[in-house]
Design a protein around this ligand. Structure first.
Ligand SMILES: NC(=O)C1=CN([C@@H]2O[C@H](COP(=O)(O)OP(=O)(O)OC[C@H]3O[C@@H](n4cnc5c(N)ncnc54)[C@H](OP(=O)(O)O)[C@@H]3O)[C@@H](O)[C@H]2O)C=CC1
Ligand SMILES: O=C(CO)COP(=O)(O)O
Ligand SMILES: [Zn+2]
Length: 352
């Protein structure tokens, strides 16, 4: 008897374009969301975009509540839940990078309130995904959370953001190659549930971005457009999969471990990019595709070495050899990469 069920949750409105920040209130009005919003943001995105959104609501006679978060943590999620209850918020608007958006997404899921995603940086593929990702102690939780009801991505705001945020988003997409390889491996070796549609979408998204690398240049709004479309597409792949598997494999384990042992040194996307060079080497060997991954990162100005990340060589080696402990997710790292193998891989790929 066939007993499988698949429940794919996707946003209702995804609005991408020039000056769409000014349309947040109208985009929300086109959904079922009504009442007083709680704007969840972080310091820079507050100035860059959240203040404008608050002004839109005030001009329309609504006084939105606002809360700032400064770390991606469960404490921050609790603080936002308290703020939502105290302000009697009807829905949440996450304005910022991955941190603010994840926190808003997870808090709104817990409060059973709708959530709107307003990215101020094309730096990560959690913009539309139905996942929230937060560290806790020695582990990393990637939890299911309802995806945003609406997404408003202003390409002018994204193009004005520091260039390295955009290159981090590109690297997060390029890491789909190795993530999908890990997913297929886990499916073959551990019978992990696998979706060919989600895998194909994640890979195709990376492919299209790499093919367009020449047009991904600083300050170009068209580049912001291309990158944010790829981030949306990658987030949809995660929603189809019902997990972050299409976009998160061993390279993400290494990045999450770096967040623990070398916090705040480099952006999420840059860390997964450098780690992907190494995990691609582990998948396909010296003559394999690791050069293509490195060259793709290089072509969009993303770092390709530990030094480029500003991370000490020994710390990267520690992350590589301990990354398998971060969560129960089978990857090419198996039950752990030995120090000798890690040293060999970083030397062969020039990552160290
Ligand atoms: N849920 C999911 O599916 C996914 C989640 N993630 C998560 O997302 C996070 C990484 O996202 P990321 O965006 O790199 O991290 P942050 O949200 O920390 O943003 C990085 C930096 O960019 C700044 N910033 C954001 N927008 C602008 C702007 N327009 N101009 C100037 N500075 C700006 C932030 O400022 P400030 O310090 O003021 O906030 C911050 O310093 C990680 O926690 C990762 O786990 C990543 C991929 C997928
Ligand atoms: O960063 C992500 C995908 O790019 C989310 O994946 P995680 O589940 O590893 O947090
Ligand atoms: Zn990522």
């Amino acid at each position: 008897m066939f007993t499988k069920t698949s429940w794919i949750k996707l946003p209702r409105n995804v609005v991408v374009g020039h000056d769409v920040l000014g349309e947040v209130r109208d985009v929300v009005a086109d959904t079922h969301l009504r009442g007083r919003p709680l704007v969840v943001t972080s310091p820079t995105p507050h100035e860059v975009a959240a203040a404008d959104i608050v002004a839109q609501y005030e001009a329309g006679g609504t006084d939105p509540a606002i809360v700032e978060v400064d770390t991606a943590s469960f404490d921050a999620v609790e603080r936002v839940i308290d703020a939502a209850e105290a302000s009697d918020a009807a829905y949440l608007i996450g304005v910022g990078g991955g941190k603010a958006i994840d926190i808003a997404k997870m808090a709104s899921d817990r409060c059973d309130l709708g959530f709107v995603s307003v990215p101020t940086a094309a730096s990560h593929d959690g913009i539309v995904s139905g996942r929230g990702s937060v560290p806790e102690g020695d582990t990393r939780h990637s939890v299911a959370a309802d995806p945003p009801v609406a997404v408003v991505a202003d390409t002018g705001v994204l193009a004005d953001a520091p260039w390295e945020l955009t290159t981090a988003g590109c690297a997060d997409i390029i890491s789909n190659y190795t993530a999908v390889k890990d997913w297929r491996l886990a499916n073959r070796l551990k019978n992990v549930e696998y979706s060919e549609y989600a895998a194909a979408l994640a890979e195709m998204t990376a492919e299209l971005l790499v093919e367009s690398a020449d047009s991904v240049r600083p300050g170009l709004e068209e580049a912001a457009w291309m990158v944010v479309k790829a981030l949306v597409s990658s987030g949809v792949a995660m929603s189809i999969a019902g997990s972050s598997r299409p976009a998160s494999g061993a390279e993400h384990l290494v990045s999450h471990q770096l967040d623990r042992i070398a916090p705040g040194k480099a952006l999420h996307g840059h860390q997964v990019g450098v780690a992907a060079i190494v995990t691609e080497y582990l998948h396909s060997g010296e003559r394999g595709d690791w050069r293509a991954v490195r060259d793709a990162l290089d072509a969009i100005d993303a770092p390709t070495t530990a030094a480029g990340l500003g991370i000490d060589d020994e710390l990267l080696l520690e992350a590589l050899t301990t990354a398998h402990e971060i969560r129960d997710r089978y990857t090419i790292l198996g039950n752990g990469l030995s120090e000798a193998a890690a040293r060999e891989a970083v030397a062969k790929t020039g990552v160290i």
